[in-house]
Ligand binder design. Structure first.
Ligand code: ADP
Length: 648
């Protein structure tokens, strides 16, 4: 079904072998040449001064002499001690006749050797021709590689970007759960691709592109594939970073190649993932880059240039729309913006259902409960959780996934696996236990905080030594000031318990402090919840779809004041946490002891002890209703991402 086509250096293996072979041949040719040269320059002969030769003659030490054109080859009478035949040569400083006379006088055998013209010619020829052949061979090899578009020169000029082409994606809108608004916008696009004539007939221009915007893992790629699948057109996908290389101009030519290829296959969809890698705004605020700008210019030019009536549509995905160049977003280019945000409760339920389709579930499973417990999770997290649960079921030798597996999988994805081999000392276990109960108790004592679902002191692989899981009663889109203040007190409850019980503090509260500071800062700078600054907006969210970090937008002196306000708010919350725990020290001790024994306790067990100690009646009526609705699990509330307290 799929025709995957990789352009560029796809046969790296044979190419490497080829270059190795050429290198070996070069080395061999050089070795042969060196060998020939040494042979032609006289091999093992040693040169001696002519005066030494005359002395040898006079002493009768010369056996024979070969007279060559410009030198004499001398064979001495006394040979080398190891029996190796050695000869000497010398260049006579006198006339040839004189030399002959001297040899005759000494009674030495001598003969004249005719000069080897052929040998000399061959030598001269080889010493020029061989290096030239090597050079030419090497250069042609280099050119061939450059033309093929790969290897050493990085394929300058040719698209070697990995365009992933699927003739039929086989994915439809049914496979994308939730995201109803996004699907609705894209449904029109599918219709454009199906019946372009319908729109052009009344003079409507077809859209050129749509930008899918949202956090990672929300299903942007999946949606783009579904559009191609619904319209039954080929799907060309490429990542923005594939275009950008070291060489200026490469990205631009890749854009050209991609569009050429796509035009040949129209109607089709080009999908550019992470388009911010090339589409970053060209102003210098985010750092300029010649290559990227040229690539972007080419993309803009191509988007202007193609004829939409052929049915070519560009979809791009990004999680940083704020950095994109305005030229890319103007009508006529990516004129549609489709938001693919984190799924809400309903969306999460349907995503879980889609992924649970092919997994055997037992009768205990309540996907709604899991969706409630995973507020903030994106589609890829949920898909991962279902898979983890299936793996857990297999590991435990069961044939179907149970609710317990799913809940465990939620925790595995959020805080990592249980680290059973990490043995904490008795004292550390006590500290962790008090710390976690501190969080939970403070939450239970405050009216506006979320109920506790589980407390554990089993360490997890992502670094938590223990944690409290909160699950809100219902999906929330707004937080009141009181709730945020209660959240701050809750975050600092762990540290407060440590100080009250052990009269010392540990490093375990680092994560709590980080989270509390983030919330406090946002309250003051973004939510207008400080009496000091009132409604003045002091920070702007930078990357809404990534970490949602805020950048201060105020003067230096105000920034200092903000810090003081944050400190004041945190101190107030910490004092409140300490007050609440000191006043309820008995309950704190009781639950902490229970937790040390059991390692993990449920929200129900926690509340039972709490209510007993406080003399509060169990809300039986409510419990019965809940039990009827969801008989299998004791899920009181879901664990919002931010409401999961971990001590690290
Ligand atoms: P993105 O492109 O937004 O980063 P992907 O489309 O690559 O995210 O999603 C990754 C995976 O997560 C998908 O392959 C799919 O299994 C799952 N997924 C994400 N969102 C959804 C959804 N709405 N419905 C079904 N599955 C989803």
């Amino acid at each position: 079904m799929d025709q995957n086509q990789n352009k560029g250096p796809n046969n790296e293996g044979p190419k490497n072998k080829q270059s190795l072979l050429i290198l070996l041949i070069c080395i061999m040719v050089v070795l042969v040449c060196v060998n020939m040269l040494t042979r032609m320059t006289g091999g093992a002969s040693n040169e001696i001064p002519y005066s030494d030769f005359i002395e040898m003659l006079e002493n009768g030490e010369v056996e024979s002499v070969v007279i060559q054109s410009s030198s004499l080859e001398i064979t001495p009478r006394v040979q080398h001690s190891m029996g190796i035949q050695s000869t000497f040569y010398t260049v006579p400083t006198e006339d040839g006749n004189e030399v002959t006379k001297r040899l005759e006088a000494a009674g030495v055998d001598f003969k004249e050797e005719k000069p080897d013209i052929m040998g000399q010619l061959l030598y001269g020829l080889l010493s020029i021709v061989v290096p030239v052949i090597i050079m030419v061979g090497f250069l042609s090899f280099l050119f061939r590689r450059m033309n093929k578009g790969g290897g050493m020169m990085g394929g300058v000029g040719k698209s070697r970007a990995k365009a992933y082409v699927q003739k039929e994606t086989g994915i439809t809108f049914k496979d994308v759960a939730g995201q109803d608004e996004a699907k609705e916008s894209l449904q029109e696009v599918v219709d454009f691709l199906h019946n372009p004539g319908k729109y052009t007939a009344i003079g409507a221009k077809l859209p050129k592109g749509a930008l899918l915007v949202g956090p990672p893992g929300t299903g942007k790629t999946l949606l783009a594939k579904a559009v191609a699948g619904e319209a039954h057109v080929p799907f060309f996908s490429l990542s923005g970073s594939d275009f950008v290389e070291m060489f200026v101009g490469v990205g631009a030519s890749r854009v050209r190649d991609l569009f050429e290829e796509a035009k040949k296959n129209a109607p089709c969809i080009i999908f550019i993932d992470e388009v911010d890698a090339i589409g970053k705004t060209r102003d210098t605020r985010y750092g300029g880059n010649d290559e990227r700008e040229q690539t972007l210019n080419q993309l803009l030019a191509e988007m202007d240039g193609f004829d939409t009536s052929k049915g070519l549509l560009i979809l791009a995905a990004t999680n940083r729309p704020e950095v994109l160049d305005p030229a890319l977003l103007r009508p006529g280019r990516f004129d549609r913006r489709v938001i693919v945000d984190r799924p809400d409760l309903k969306g999460r339920i349907s995503i879980l259902k889609v992924h649970a389709q092919n997994v055997s579930l037992d009768e205990t499973v309540d996907l709604e409960g899991i969706a409630l417990a995973t507020s903030g999770a994106v589609g890829s997290d949920l898909a991962n959780m279902i898979n983890e649960a299936a793996i857990l079921a297999v590991k435990n030798g069961r044939k179907a996934v149970s609710q317990k597996d799913l809940l465990e999988a939620v925790e595995v994805v959020l805080v990592g696996k249980e680290k059973k081999d990490r043995i904490l000392s008795a004292e550390e276990r006590r500290i962790v236990s008090y710390h976690e109960v501190g969080h939970a108790l403070v939450s239970a004592l405050q009216k506006d905080s979320e109920p506790v679902q589980k407390i554990t002191i089993v360490p997890r692989t992502m670094g938590a030594l223990g944690y409290v899981m909160h699950v809100p009663e219902e999906e929330k889109y707004l937080n009141t000031r009181k709730e945020l203040e209660a959240m701050l007190v809750g975050y600092l409850g762990g540290r407060a318990a440590e100080e009250i019980v052990f009269d010392t503090v540990t490093t375990g509260a680092a994560n709590d402090i980080e989270q509390a500071t983030k919330v406090a800062r946002a309250m003051i700078t973004q939510y207008g919840m400080s009496d000091r600054f009132g409604l003045m907006g002091l920070a702007e969210t930078q990357s809404q779809y990534l970490d949602g970090r805020a950048m201060l937008n105020c003067g230096d002196s105000t920034a200092t004041e903000i810090d003081h306000e944050v400190m004041k708010l945190l101190k107030k919350s910490y004092d409140e946490a300490k007050r609440l725990l000191s006043e309820n020290r008995e309950i704190l001790d009781k639950i902490a002891d229970f937790l040390i024994q059991k390692e993990t306790i449920t929200g129900k067990e926690f509340m039972k002890i709490f209510r007993e100690a406080k003399g509060i009646q169990e809300p039986e009526a409510k419990q019965r209703v809940e039990a009827k609705e969801r008989p299998q699990i004791a899920l009181e509330e879901p664990a919002a991402e931010q409401s999961l307290n971990c001590t690290k």
